[in-house]
Design a protein around this ligand. Structure first.
Ligand code: NDP
Length: 288
């Protein structure tokens, strides 16, 4: 690698990203708003910049891993003149709209911009399981592919800078609802004296096996025909007994009741005989 790189933001994630670059022998300049967070990296061979401006001027390639969209502007807006002609890879979590806004801001300032969404926790950076999603400048992605691969599996999703964030949020949304479903199951069992740990041992292989259904649902959704044979119908998917059992166990039925509402809207609209995948229509067309 012959790239000089500056990393701005040395929190849990920024520190891990910078660490992987230093370990790979890249000339790495680091900066953090509050003092102390660069010490370990400096001991490993990084150079600490005294200011964000100094970090920007040190390298043609800049990585930002700050708290949120506003903090990226707070750090970079005053340095817009120094930034012109440089490359910015921003892996701070932002909404798709905020990523697009940053890309437009960068274009205006003459900065090449790539947005990243990190699908990993800091300890996973540089390990096989880490994936990072990118969108924005394809040229930046290609030029720095070797560097990006030091952090994890890097995949490029297109010129629309908001796409990486959109995929990121789609994955995390599905994860949170799955976790809430696990919590609901554990809560139902708790009054029967079943420890969550015992349920987790059952739920993990069960949910893993059920992910086999995702591709089948996707086929129905992409085909646009919810009447194709071989599917479980919405009427058959009535979750009333699960809701009643939750109540009888003295726990909240909220997670499963949410799914029942999505089913019910399609049944009410006369689609009860169609497949379960049709609940996506309840989501695509929000209730008034
Ligand atoms: P931390 O809270 O550990 O670090 C936040 C960093 O942002 C610190 O360096 C902090 O500086 C800096 N910062 C916050 N506000 C400002 C500001 N106004 N001006 C300058 N610097 C600022 O968070 P993480 O490192 O965990 O997360 C960083 C980003 O990475 C976030 O967007 C997060 O969503 C994303 N991410 C994190 C993951 C994780 O598992 N940790 C997973 C995926 C994405 P200071 O030290 O001075 O407070």
């Amino acid at each position: 690698h012959h790239t000089d790189v500056s990393v701005l933001g040395l929190g849990a994630m920024g520190g891990a990203l910078a660490g992987a670059l230093v370990k790979a022998g890249l000339r790495t300049t680091v900066w953090n708003r509050s003092a102390g967070k660069a010490d370990q990296l400096v001991a490993q061979g990084a150079t600490e910049a005294a200011s964000a401006a100094e970090a920007v001027r040190a390298s043609r390639l800049l990585i930002t891993c700050l708290f949120d969209h506003d903090s990226v502007h707070e750090v970079l807006d005053p340095l817009v003149d120094d930034l012109a002609g440089r490359t910015l890879i921003n892996v701070t979590t932002t909404k798709p709209e905020q990523a697009r806004q940053l890309a437009a801001w960068a274009a205006e300032a003459g900065i090449s911009y790539l947005d990243g969404g990190i699908m990993a926790v800091p300890s996973m950076i540089g390990q096989p399981g880490a994936a990072i999603l990118y969108s924005g400048s394809e040229e930046v992605f290609r030029e720095h592919a070797a560097l990006l691969d030091l952090w994890g599996t890097s995949t490029y999703y297109g010129e629309d800078a908001g796409l990486a964030s959109l995929y990121d949020f789609a994955l995390l949304s599905s994860m949170y609802v799955m976790f809430a479903g696990f919590m609901h199951g554990a809560a139902m069992l708790a009054p029967a004296g079943v420890p969550a740990g015992r349920f987790a041992k059952m739920a993990a292989p069960w949910l893993t096996a059920m992910t086999g259904e995702l591709a089948r649902y996707a086929e129905v959704i992409d085909g646009g025909d919810y009447t194709v044979p071989g599917q479980q119908s919405l009427e058959f998917s009535n979750l009333g007994l699960f809701i009643e059992t939750s109540t009888e166990q003295g726990v909240s039925a909220e997670p499963i009741a949410m799914v029942q509402r999505l089913i019910q809207r399609q049944v009410d609209a006369g689609h009860g005989a169609e497949g379960f995948a049709r609940i996506i229509e309840s989501i695509k067309h929000p209730a008034a």
